[in-house]
Design a protein around this ligand. Structure first.
Ligand code: F6R
Length: 612
């Protein structure tokens, strides 16, 4: 939520910042703004996309080699010019951009109002700007970084901030707690961003700030300490990111590119881990901790949204093959509901971004209770990756479309390998089943490529149903979470109300919705549940519902029975989610596009949810 970019060096800051903000726009796109230091501090901000800000600023004075910028996902105050960042303090001394939420902002605002402060926006960020300024003006001995540090000690909540001070205009101060910040180290220049994508063009040397780190950055120096004044050792990381990953590569949208990338990204996920001789699955990040995992009494898998759907598939896999009790939790519930967590539990946090606030809070809770905490994460260097005891990277590459696609299939691939490895170590799987599943998993990329060839057919189906107001998605077993995921994809990018259900649950309520206007998308390959799901389809048909079925190639029965069908190659049920989800992603994509929706940046959403 919200993207921050900062620059200090000899380049024109404006161009570095605008380009960076475009790369971070996935984090929020309600408004954008920039502050440029050039003798005086010019602040420009606008409701809407970064491109609108760019056009506006191009007509103004935009030179200056120091600057900060922001793209916003609104929390406090509606998206408008006034609430856009940067925010400047009342006397004009401090200008800041902020990602996160200052939870005690109301109390701080009241105190500052009593001191004569007047506010021009509804944001918590303006409160922080004024608090810093208020402290700064109390005593001449207090410099800008001390004022920031003292102000942050009074703040409850989350922040990633970049601050400029007009009275000390050769520096930028940055700090984080709960919201990510990365500093890129150039030659006589520094880059600041919410993630590494705006930095990679200029340098591959970065420092990831940890919680409560505060840094003072000048053209020729970078000093890092803790907001509580304790020294912090500088750990320089090397980025391993290709600029090409940040481009659409000939596709109309990032989402479409990312859907098509899946055969390759799934291969990347199991490269070097799934041995071609089927002898062993190697999960390097877990080697040292695996003996502990094998002895776990219970596994708890936690995530949000799409990552939670992957977690559900993980539950089915682990219980079936590793015979270990598994619980799946929404991070936002788990963190507050006082769950029982024991030191013998293994808690797996799943997150594409590795920055989701609720998931990180769940991680901290599990750690506090002494559980072993593992991460399944896509972003190297993210908070989740750094704070878990051990983990597995999904290696799906940068995911820019706000609706998650390739990250989901990569998460499921990791969970499948993890379940098989654990089953093998716990001796709960036969050698034949193990080999069969390893082989089936390794065949997924090839089968995925075949499914992508159905794109035109799926587009034609989308045309028929694009005006639907509601949609129901049904699946059973491993494909129930796929039904949930299909419904989530449709609602988040096309704004059609969609619900995913376990097919067997339909008769307990949702069947009341069925009429000839309701598309019912049924994930119905030929697996152990086939007969049952055919009965569910009959129940829908008897009420004149339109069934769109995902069927196994050559399934004559369902082809005759349903209104529309999409064929997929046969596979083992345990790996079927990796295939059946692809047509559902494409269906949602085409419907959203036909409805004129912004597929990559759906309204009200942001990719990285760093607020509760
Ligand atoms: C849906 C989607 C979200 C995310 C959720 C968790 O397409 O992308 O539901 O899955 O916000 O995000 P991560 O995985 O980054 O923790």
């Amino acid at each position: 939520m919200c993207g921050i970019v900062g620059y200090i060096g000899n380049k024109e800051a404006f161009f570095v910042i605008i380009k960076g903000l475009k790369l971070l726009e996935y984090r929020g796109y309600d408004s954008a703004g920039v502050a440029l230091q050039n003798g005086t501090l010019e602040v420009y901000k606008k409701k809407g996309k970064v491109a609108e800000l760019e056009a506006f600023v191009m007509e103004q004075k935009h030179d200056g080699a120091i600057g900060i910028g922001h793209t916003r996902w609104a929390t406090h105050g509606e998206p408008n010019d006034m609430n856009a960042h940067p925010h400047t303090s009342m006397h004009g001394l401090f200008t800041i951009v902020h990602n996160g939420i200052i939870e005690n902002y109301a109390k701080l605002k009241t105190d500052l109002t009593e001191q004569g402060y007047v506010f021009s926006s509804q944001t918590d960020t303006e409160v922080l700007a004024n608090l810093i300024e208020f402290i700064y003006r109390q005593d001449e001995a207090i410099n800008a970084e001390m004022a920031v540090q003292l102000a942050l000690s009074k703040v409850v909540g989350a922040y990633g901030i970049a601050v400029l001070c007009s009275a000390e205009n050769d520096k930028m101060i940055v700090a984080r707690k709960g919201s990510p910040l990365v500093v890129g180290l150039g030659n006589g220049e520094y880059f600041v961003a919410s993630d590494a994508s705006p930095i990679i063009e200029f340098t591959n040397q970065v420092v990831y700030l940890n919680d409560e780190d505060i840094a003072v950055i000048k053209r020729d120096s970078f000093t890092l300490k803790n907001v509580r004044n304790t020294p912090v050792s500088l750990k320089i990381s090397h980025l391993n990111l290709e600029i090409g990953e940040l481009e659409k590569g000939g596709f109309e949208h990032f989402m479409l590119k990312e859907i098509h990338e899946q055969p390759r990204t799934i291969e990347e996920t199991f490269r070097g881990r799934l041995r071609s001789d089927e002898s062993e699955i190697v999960l390097g990040g877990l080697i040292n901790i695996f003996p502990k995992i094998v002895k776990a009494e219970r596994i708890i898998i936690i995530g949000c949204g799409t990552s939670w759907h992957a977690a559900l598939i993980g539950e089915y896999l682990l219980e079936e093959y590793a015979q270990i009790p598994v619980e799946v939790e929404y991070a936002s519930e788990f963190r507050y509901r006082k769950p029982v967590i024991r030191p013998t539990d293994v808690v797996i946090l799943i997150s594409q971004s590795g920055e989701t606030a609720d998931t990180l809070a769940a991680l901290h809770l599990a750690k506090e209770k002494g559980a072993t905490v593992l991460g399944i994460c896509n972003v190297v260097g993210s908070t989740l990756a750094r704070e878990t005891d051990a983990g597995v990277f999904t290696h799906a590459g940068v995911e820019i479309g706000v609706a998650s696609t390739k990250a989901f299939t990569a998460q499921v691939t990791v969970l499948t390998m993890f379940a098989l490895k654990l089953a093998r170590e716990r001796k709960t799987i036969s050698a034949e089943d193990y080999s069969l599943l390893v082989r089936e998993l390794s065949q997924i990329p090839e089968k995925g490529r075949l499914i992508l060839q159905s794109n035109d057919k799926i587009k034609a189906i989308a045309e028929k149903y694009k005006d639907a107001v509601n949609a129901l998605y049904l699946g059973r077993g491993y494909l129930f979470p796929v039904a949930l995921e299909g419904a989530l994809k449709l609602k988040e990018i096309s704004y059609i109300h969609a619900e995913g259900y376990a097919a067997g649950e339909m008769k307990h309520g949702p069947i009341a919705l069925v009429d000839d206007n309701l598309p019912v998308i049924v994930v119905a390959p030929q697996d152990d549940y086939y007969e049952k799901i055919v009965s569910n389809i009959q129940e829908v048909k008897a009420r004149r519902g339109n069934v769109i079925a995902i069927v196994t190639e050559g399934d004559k029965v369902l082809k005759e029975m349903v209104t529309d069908f999409i064929e997929i190659p046969a596979s083992h049920p345990a790996v079927a989610p990796l295939l059946t989800v692809i047509p559902l992603q494409l269906l949602a994509y085409h419907i959203a596009l036909m409805k004129g929706c912004n597929v990559d940046q759906p309204r009200n959403l942001a990719k990285s949810v760093t607020v509760e």
